[in-house]
Design a protein around this ligand. Structure first.
Ligand code: 13P
Length: 253
């Protein structure tokens, strides 16, 4: 953790969640007690279809919501796409961009991710820019260089600390139950902070929330959150269980 930074725990529901599953968000809100509120921010990123209803249901809870992706385009003839402005209009605060599932399954390049982050900013959303290496890249000793290149290409210039969140999600740790060692996370997060300083200036970079994501569970959250420069978590599977998500938030608080 970074002492001066208020941590953020964000749940990425991915392509999961029907109306009935908003009960999970309601349960999280119920468990987000004064103690937690005093020390950790929470966000839930449901599928776009649930965003408006989720946000409406969370009014007064101080839990933010976010989209999982946005179009690079502002509006127009782009059938099936969702613009950042639409997400903001539905009540979102954040928008995940460049998740490895988008990069891999939809061929999103760094330039695309950067354009999405800029579109999100234009709609006054805070982009959560995801970066992370594959297993092969880590084994080849290229993890730091790969993430450096992703950051350089994906993070827009000129943002301040409050306008950006970066999530380090090693691709091989997502949904696998595997996690990097604390030492590897510490090395990567320190490197990300230094890389961000070159992109946005040292002062802004020092205040950016750097989340770790990839198989975060109640059982490993405290160890991961104890690592220097880890300012919260981006949680996939465990965010679909209110008790687990709250336990991770507690580990962060
Ligand atoms: P899991 O927590 O299910 O590994 O997913 C991580 C993730 O991709 C969050 O964006």
């Amino acid at each position: 953790m970074t002492r001066s930074i208020r941590p953020l725990v964000a749940g990425n529901w991915k392509m999961n969640g029907l109306k009935a599953d908003l009960a999970i968000a309601a349960e999280v809100a119920k468990g987000y007690d004064a103690g937690l509120k005093a020390s950790v921010d929470l966000a839930i990123c449901p599928p776009a279809t649930l965003l408006f209803t989720a946000t409406s249901g969370l009014i007064g809870s101080r839990i933010a919501t976010g989209g999982q992706d946005c179009s690079v385009n502002l509006s127009g003839a782009f059938t099936g796409e969702v613009s950042a402005e639409m997400l903001a209009d539905a009540g979102a605060t954040f928008c995940i961009v460049g998740h490895s599932e988008r990069r891999t399954l939809h061929g999103e390049s760094n330039a695309t991710v950067q354009a999405k982050a800029m579109a999100a900013r234009q709609a006054l959303l805070v982009p959560i820019v995801c970066v992370g290496e594959t297993q092969g890249e880590r084994e080849a000793g290229k993890a730091l260089a790969v993430v450096r290149k992703q950051l350089k290409g994906s993070v827009p210039e000129g943002l301040d600390a409050a306008s950006l969140v970066v999530a380090y999600e090693p691709v091989w740790a997502i949904g696998t139950g595997l996690t990097p060692t604390a030492a590897d996370v510490a090395e990567m997060h320190a490197s990300i902070r230094a890389d961000l300083a070159r992109i946005m200036g040292k002062q802004a970079a020092a205040g950016v929330r750097l989340l770790y994501g990839g198989s975060v569970k109640p059982s490993n959250a405290a160890d991961l959150m104890n690592v220097a420069n880890v300012d919260g978590a981006l949680v996939g599977g465990a965010s679909l269980k209110a008790a687990d998500f709250l336990a991770i938030a507690k580990a962060c608080a």
